[in-house]
Design a protein around this ligand. Structure first.
Ligand SMILES: [Zn+2]
Length: 466
């Protein structure tokens, strides 16, 4: 269900539940369908492998990906030829790092078709889109097998924390399943086959937080999932009122944004359970999963991840996907900055551990009615000709959207950008578009998606809810 579906927003409530359920049923019989159980089982068998065994498994996958890319992907065929490289010479992640330059998202955006393998038939392609933290979206192809590998590692993580398939989840989502202008509950839609309640992040304004708490209490939904900025608001609401949730969820899982220590603490106090996070991105070039001991383990069997030192104790991330034969991405640059955890972990899992991932620490946008919008919602889905974007706010309900136009940018992209903001925020946000050649970077080299001078929009403000 996407904003592009023109019929969906006009459907009556029950029909919207049915439409969301139908989509859930499709996903259940494809991504989680035949073949998935075997992949999950294989992924779980690797859970306690030693670092050496994981690295060997990763490099074996990597050799196959490199050979496949050099033989069937036009971009890589040309790159290996131009550099005079023999793909068979790449035996390990170290070899790959020495042989190839890194790859930017911009290159993949501009030369998308050249990254598609000729060996995967068109009928087997599954098209995925990403928003991306600098506002630059990307559309690329994967396969059903690739999707299942992705889901297998997700489910492995969930099962570490007591979540079972078929368990109901309150999924706080930026998808437009509920009209953002709707002012009366329900602000959620049911995916019955997938056991999900899609809760609309667009309605997470302070005066409606009680409605969301009521939903959780009434249904005693065992698994709560969302971005820290959203789940943190709910936890703050409970603590603010001196209320308890009234039941103990099985798990609270977080994704899509960095998790700050005080946010984790706030959520734990609000919900009575420690939240668990997984670092994940649609391109599947890296991943890390929190274990029962609270440490982030790099999913070394899933992607070939490199951490390149920045000289100040932090690392930037370059990753190679190992599970997508349709669009292999070798040494793809991410916007995230990580710190490593040399102490390792006592849980018995091998592989590397991270102390923190700081990629998506973002402030909130403030709409004219006071709604706080997490940066997750400011992603511009479906807009692919934008090389970068940033939102500036100094007045509630008004923003300046700065855009770097990519190759092939046209008026249609402007319309898509403004249309996506209009559909989401309506009259509650006035958007002025400004084209620029570059965006200011932080000290760490990252571009913030949201830059605000409003105190109520600062991420740290949520701490004050305590
Ligand atoms: Zn651990």
């Amino acid at each position: 269900v996407t904003a592009k579906d023109s019929i969906y927003p006009r459907l009556p409530l029950l029909a919207q539940h049915v439409a969301v359920s139908y989509r859930g049923w499709q996903i259940k019989r494809t991504h989680l369908g035949p073949g998935f159980a075997e992949r999950l089982c294989a992924a779980e068998e690797r859970t306690y492998w030693s670092a050496e065994r994981l690295a060997e498994f990763r490099d074996e996958r990597l050799r196959a990906v490199v050979a496949h890319a050099a033989a069937t992907v036009p971009y890589y065929r040309e790159l290996f030829r131009a550099e005079g490289l023999d793909p068979a010479g790449v035996r390990s992640l170290e070899d790959l790092a020495a042989a190839l330059p890194t790859l930017t998202k911009q290159t993949v955006q501009e030369r998308g078709a050249e990254f598609r393998s000729e060996a995967v038939p068109a009928k087997e392609l599954v098209i995925r889109g990403t928003g991306g933290t600098t506002g630059a979206g990307l559309r690329f192809a994967t396969t059903l097998g690739g999707q299942q590998e992705h889901e297998a590692v997700q489910w492995r993580f969930r099962r570490w924390h007591g979540i079972q398939r078929g368990m109901w989840c309150a999924w706080f989502s930026g998808q437009l399943t509920v009209d953002p202008e709707r002012s009366k509950p329900p602000f959620w839609r049911y995916n019955v086959p997938g056991r999900q309640v899609f809760v609309s992040l667009h309605h997470l304004r302070l005066e409606l937080l009680g409605d969301f708490v009521d939903l959780l209490r009434r249904r005693r939904i065992p698994w709560i999932h969302g971005a820290p900025s959203a789940i943190g608001l709910l936890a703050g609401h409970l603590l603010d009122r001196g209320e308890e949730l009234g039941y103990r969820p099985v798990a609270v899982t977080l994704a899509a944004e960095s998790l700050l220590p005080w946010q984790a603490e706030l959520i734990e106090r609000g919900f009575g359970i420690r939240p668990r996070q997984r670092w994940v991105m649609t391109e599947a070039v890296a991943g890390a999963s929190e274990c029962e001991e609270g440490r982030l383990h790099v999913d070394d069997d899933f992607a070939a991840v490199e951490f390149l030192p920045l000289g100040d104790g932090t690392y930037r991330v370059v990753g190679t996907n190992l599970t997508n034969p349709a669009t292999p991405l070798l040494r793809y640059e991410l916007n995230d900055i990580v710190t490593l955890d040399p102490a390792g972990c006592t849980c018995g899992r091998g592989g590397r551990t991270l102390a923190s991932v700081d990629g998506r620490l973002e402030d909130y946008l403030v709409l004219s009615d006071g709604t706080l919008i997490g940066a997750q919602l400011v992603m511009y889905r479906g807009v692919t000709n934008v090389a970068g974007a940033q939102v500036l706010q100094s007045v509630p309900g008004e923003v300046i959207l700065r855009v770097i136009r990519g190759k092939g940018y046209t008026d249609a992209d402007t319309e898509a950008l403004l249309g996506s903001m209009r559909r989401r925020f309506g009259d509650r946000l006035a958007v002025t578009l400004e084209f620029v050649d570059s965006l200011p970077r932080e000290g760490s080299g990252k571009v913030r998606m949201v830059v605000t001078t409003l105190p109520e929009g600062r991420l740290e403000r949520a701490a004050a809810l305590r």
